[in-house]
Design a binder for this molecule. Structure first.
Ligand SMILES: Cc1cc2nc3c(=O)[nH]c(=O)nc-3n(C[C@H](O)[C@H](O)[C@H](O)COP(=O)(O)OP(=O)(O)OC[C@H]3O[C@@H](n4cnc5c(N)ncnc54)[C@H](O)[C@@H]3O)c2cc1C
Length: 424
């Protein structure tokens, strides 16, 4: 009888889960575990806690949903708080498990967790946090282009998107292995207030992820107009809103890719359907950039090693986070983020540029704040995009400033968004 732990991370799903499939193929029983690492939820260098109520609520729902998925297969989720190496060592001892299988991740802290665990137990890493597998890229990580267009052109020529893996029929687990949710002390969520103006009623978990995918592709066919609407600011369907489920792994990027391809085969492809996959390539790109540049992704000088340094003025920063800078379009976006844990891509670019270029603050203060607030927080996408806008990352034009007035005139020409969020 051999047992292995399946350590769920940003892959809160059973379908298209290579680590789970590999564990089931090699062992008689598996033990599904999630570990909330307090180091990633406690205070940031700027004082505030790294996860806020909106993000915690979304995670909590995602874990409950994963447990339901597992229960339907005869298994259950044990969720714990602690350092993964300690928790997994204890579980392995107590339950006589000899291996840990998990999704390999790309950002600094996640890689460190893997290193710590591998000192305690044999750890087997499997891919699929990205649409393309690292081994299918036409270059090694060291040669990864620093300009997205070069990356895109190369992968579009010849890197395949692999088929998705089926959901296992059953998940053999010891009979005494029962659901253990995180306690309120381990993941305090309180009662997050979600502003009624939120673009979508975001619920964590796979059921909601699949419903959203169905809605955006099949029910409304909104994807067919994505390229024209993607810079929108108000409403549920100007963009896919899939990012929170992609970040938590309730949905895999390969699943989205193949569903878009299925849509194209039935309704025909166009610039918009292509653009959705183009954006998923941006997501992949930042994952690979994180793997390549490691700690530099989080350094003030960025992956360019720039000498530029922003100020750390708390009062200015507080005006930014509270939507009280006096620039109405910026304030509207920041209020949306504060009240909902969501902001459009256009908004994110503008407020990030405003913090770095207009206020002259250390861009990392903004990146940490986004980590706390965004329900789709992903270290690679977040820090990669922040660097890009701040001019210390992968933007070949380096530090382009988004003029907030011009942006508002172009993307909120009737002022509806600015009025909506500055109403109180
Ligand atoms: C300063 C800043 C911080 C950001 N932080 C995050 C973050 O923490 N998590 C996150 O998922 N995205 C982040 N983004 C990228 C982008 O804003 C969001 O992915 C997008 O707004 C999510 O909305 P959507 O799902 O409707 O995207 P769509 O426009 O429908 O795009 C489809 C998918 O493509 C991916 N994608 C789109 N744009 C980008 C991009 N610029 N970079 C990486 N992936 C992209 C996302 O997975 C998205 O779900 C950030 C952007 C900026 C400018």
């Amino acid at each position: 009888m051999s047992r292995a732990i399946i350590w769920f991370r940003n892959d809160l799903r059973l379908a298209d889960n290579p680590a789970l499939i590999a564990a089931l193929a090699a062992h008689d029983e598996v033990l599904p575990v999630y570990v909330l690492d307090p180091r990633q939820h406690g205070p940031s260098p700027f004082g505030f806690e790294r996860s806020g109520p909106h993000r915690r609520k979304f995670l909590h729902e995602g874990l409950a949903d994963l447990d339901e998925q597992l229960l339907a297969k005869g298994s259950a989720l044990h969720a714990f708080a602690g350092q993964p190496a300690d928790v997994l060592r204890r579980v392995a001892r107590m339950w006589d498990a000899s291996f840990v299988y998990t999704q390999g991740l790309n950002a600094r802290e996640e890689v460190l967790q893997e290193l710590e665990v591998s000192r305690e137990l044999p750890l087997l890493l499997h891919g699929a946090s990205t649409m393309l597998l690292p081994g299918d890229l036409p270059f090694g990580l060291r040669e990864l282009p620093e300009v997205f267009t070069d990356f895109r052109k190369a992968v579009e020529k010849g890197s395949p998107v692999r088929d998705t893996l089926p959901e296992p029929v059953s998940i053999p687990t010891p009979r005494e292995w029962r659901t253990r949710p995180l306690t309120v002390e381990e993941l305090p969520i309180g009662k997050p207030r979600i502003d009624r103006r939120v673009v979508l009623d975001f619920q964590g978990g796979r059921a909601a992820a699949l419903a959203r995918l169905r809605h955006y592709l099949w029910d409304t066919r909104a994807i067919a107009f994505y390229k024209e609407t993607r810079n929108g600011l108000i409403g549920a369907d100007y963009s896919s809103k899939l990012s929170p489920w992609l970040a938590s792994g309730a949905l895999s990027p390969r699943e989205v890719f193949h569903e878009v391809k299925r849509f194209e085969s039935i309704h025909g492809g166009n610039e918009s359907t292509y653009w959705m996959i183009f954006e998923l390539l941006w997501r992949d790109y930042f994952q690979f950039i994180a793997a390549k540049h490691k700690s530099a992704l989080f350094a003030a000088g960025g992956i360019r090693g720039s000498a530029l340094r922003g100020k750390k003025e708390v009062e200015l920063f507080e005006r930014w986070i509270n939507g009280r800078t006096g620039q109405p379009f910026i304030d509207a976006n920041m209020r949306e983020l504060a009240g909902t844990g969501w902001m459009s891509n256009r908004g994110r670019q503008c407020v990030a540029s405003f913090l770095a270029h207009d206020l002259g603050l250390d861009w990392r203060m903004g990146a940490w704040w986004f980590e706390r607030k965004l329900i789709d927080y992903d270290p690679c996408s977040n820090w990669g995009n922040w660097q890009y806008v701040a001019g210390v990352g992968n933007d070949p034009r380096q530090g382009r400033r988004f003029d907030p007035e011009r942006q508002a005139n172009t993307y909120d020409s009737d002022g509806a968004f600015t009025r909506l969020w500055n109403a109180d």
